[in-house]
Design a protein around this ligand. Structure first.
Ligand code: NAG
Ligand code: NAG
Length: 189
């Protein structure tokens, strides 16, 4: 009897590590995968140009102060504006709407006006409709060209990285309204 049950016991011993492996695999946390599993092809570089309208004045502002500077600061240090700004193909607000910039900027410097920008560009144009690009960066607003990093994206911009160049096209010192040209250079799939 004992001689007959031995092979069964050995069989159990030999498959039990496999059972443990399969059980562990079910709860696996991370593993490398092939890029094809996500349908990712060759990485490409794209350039986008549009105009960003920061509208503080009038009855329908798109950029609103949500936190005032808590001190008497010439640079409005600590203030925060929340924005849902239209972005258009041309510099005129009436030109074609290609998306919106949603996020906030905050005054982050005590010696000059430098904004911390945190915003998502949500596009509605053509195949980019619904895709987003996220910008997080330092914006010294009175400089001619401000460069800020593209830190990611969604949709067609998954795995995005790159930078933007912002140039003030028009600014009103009385209302604070501004139109800014954005050139976006982004790597994506
Ligand atoms: C704010 O600062 C300016 C210049 O530094 C000064 O003239 C003004 O009196 C200050 N205002 C207040 C309310 O402290
Ligand atoms: C963008 O996509 C949304 C949702 O799928 C759709 O309702 C809208 O009409 C599209 N806009 C354009 C401009 O294609």
């Amino acid at each position: 009897m004992a001689s007959k049950s031995l092979p069964v016991f050995l069989l159990f011993l030999s498959i039990s590590p496999l059972l443990i492996f399969v059980t562990a695999d079910e709860h696996e946390f991370g593993r490398p995968i092939d890029r094809k599993a996500l349908g990712l092809k060759k990485q490409k570089l794209s350039h986008f140009r549009f105009y960003w309208h920061d509208i503080l004045s009038g009855r329908n502002p798109t950029s609103v102060p949500v936190v005032q500077s808590p001190m008497n600061s010439t640079t409005f240090f600590g203030s925060v504006n929340m924005l849902d700004n239209p972005i258009t193909l041309g510099p005129e607000l009436s030109s074609k709407l290609v998306g919106r910039a949603q996020g906030f900027y905050s005054s982050a410097c005590q010696s000059e006006v430098v904004l911390l920008m945190a915003m998502n560009f949500e596009f509605i144009e053509g195949k980019y409709n619904g895709s987003t690009i996220t910008v997080l960066g330092r914006n010294p607003v009175f400089h001619k060209v401000r460069e800020m990093p593209v830190i990611g994206g969604s949709g067609l911009f998954r795995f995005a990285r790159g930078y933007v160049e912002a140039r003030t096209h028009w600014f009103s010192a009385t209302t604070g309204d501004a139109t800014v040209e954005y050139n976006v250079y982004v790597w994506h799939y």
